[in-house]
Design a binder for this molecule. Structure first.
Ligand SMILES: [Zn+2]
Length: 459
């Protein structure tokens, strides 16, 4: 018996750039930076210099691991990492991501990347240079403190830590400058965005054909990509490559988008053929940087609103810009409108609304609703055991939502990792799995990672 990881990512593009990775850096580095500042304040600087060096080493190792994994040569390489971390005990459902539509202000119009490129690149450079500066100043400080230390014995031991830290910092800098020099050029970025979807489609199809018993891919469908819904219905679905569909509405469309909702649209087809849909649904993550997008469907802005025209958004990278898009394009109330029309749709709102107590309450009540028998949630990217900033952590999820839930609710909760995007938050996939195994008793883990998964993917 093999378990199922219902939510992971293996996209890579070594030769061009995977812009999604740049965004992960932009979104997550400031948090890492803040964490080390916090640590600096909370520990008496000199006495704890050794712990602080060790902590910094761990932080840089993690980031390096994330970058190396993301810039793997092929999707198969990332798949192989997962196989080995999972001891070949898991089948996986890798989800695609449509990068080009992130820059599409309206359906069937060409993407508008060029007017956002400068802002993205300068944000990337700013975030990376802040990160590098903080590393450099830490190394300097550590050198100064260590040079004061009189105990030769411990000095010898701890110089090694500092040397390791310096080497790591150097290795990271090499990565950052190669990303900048080799990859962030107009041409390569443009090429990457245009070709990204087709490359992913080809790579994941090839991988599925090679490992048909282990790899169950989900195709990314963005209703603004010309012809994609018809192509899926009339061609791609019959090829038996894709197990399900991935939606990512903060990229700039409504869950109740007209082309998803119409009688010959995506949802009707998925209901008819029992095709599972996984939709990103945390209060964090990636979102379109555009300042305005044309919406045909419901948005949530102090309540549900039906739109047929442009919706204006907070300036990209300003305070709360991701939450602005999450609320408007991904609020569970909008998803409930979808379920009111298609109550038997096999829908997984991924991440169980991580980062928003309000969303979690809403999703939990939808899970309990007998009118939506095929509605699910997954626990992908639940990397923390204890609470962390806006996240309640896996332990509290278990105690508050899972432990006393009915069998009906429990049957609708899925295990997922969000690998490799979770590597910004955790050292390895095996550590991620360990957290789950420590909290969920074997029978319960079997329920979410086997019984429910099989039901969701093939039931
Ligand atoms: Zn994901």
């Amino acid at each position: 018996m093999k378990y199922y990881d219902c939510h992971c990512h293996i996209f890579t593009q070594k030769e061009t750039i995977n812009l999604r990775l740049l965004f992960e850096i932009i979104l997550d580095f400031p948090k890492e930076h803040e964490k080390s500042l916090h640590l600096q304040k909370s520990l008496a600087a000199k006495e704890n210099i050794f712990e602080r060096i060790a902590d910094k080493i761990q932080q840089l190792k993690r980031i390096l691991n994330f970058l190396k994994t993301g810039f793997s040569d092929s999707e198969e390489d990332i798949f192989k990492i997962m196989e080995s971390e999972y001891n070949n005990n898991f089948n996986i459902a890798p989800l695609m991501f449509d990068l080009e539509c992130v820059f599409m202000a309206d359906r069937h119009t060409p993407h508008d990347f060029s007017s956002h490129k400068d802002a993205i690149v300068s944000k990337y450079e700013q975030v990376v240079s802040e990160f590098q500066n903080s590393n450099n100043s830490f190394i300097k400080e550590a050198e100064a403190v260590l040079s004061e230390v009189k105990l030769i014995k411990s000095l010898k031991h701890n110089r090694r830590g500092l040397d390791e830290l310096k080497a790591l910092s150097q290795e990271l800098n090499t990565h950052f400058s190669s990303i900048k020099e080799d990859k962030i050029t107009d041409q390569k970025m443009l090429l990457s965005i245009k070709s990204n979807f087709d490359i992913q489609l080809n790579d994941i199809s090839a991988l599925q054909k090679k490992y048909p018993e282990t790899v169950y891919p989900f195709i990314a469908i963005d209703p603004r990509r010309e012809g994609i819904i018809d192509k899926f219905i009339n061609e791609i679905y019959d090829e038996n490559i894709f197990c399900g569909v991935k939606l990512y509405t903060p990229n700039g469309y409504s869950p109740s988008d007209i082309d998803l909702m119409k009688p010959d649209g995506l949802y009707a087809f998925c209901v008819e053929h029992d095709i599972p849909i996984t939709a990103h649904n945390s209060y964090m993550g990636f979102a379109t940087p555009l300042s305005s997008v044309v919406i045909k469907g419901y948005i949530y802005d102090n309540g549900l609103q039906l739109k047929d025209g442009p919706v204006h958004l907070k300036k990209a990278f300003s305070n709360g810009w991701v939450q602005d898009r999450a609320t408007k394009f991904n609020h569970p109330e909008i998803w409930e409108k979808v379920l009111e029309t298609y109550p038997t749709l096999k829908l997984n709102l991924a991440h169980f609304g991580n980062g928003s107590a309000e969303w979690q309450e809403k999703i939990f009540s939808m899970l309990n609703n007998p009118d939506y028998p095929n509605f699910h949630t997954d626990l992908s990217c639940w990397c923390y055991v204890k609470g962390h900033k806006s996240e309640i952590g896996l332990q509290l999820f278990y105690d508050k939502y899972y432990k006393n839930a009915s069998d009906y609710i429990k049957s609708k909760i899925l295990y997922g990792s969000d690998f490799y995007l979770d590597l910004m938050k955790i050292d390895s996939l095996s550590d991620y799995l360990k957290n789950f195994n420590n909290i969920f008793p074997v029978t319960e883990f079997t329920r979410i990672a086997y019984t429910n998964a099989k039901n969701f993917l093939f039931g």
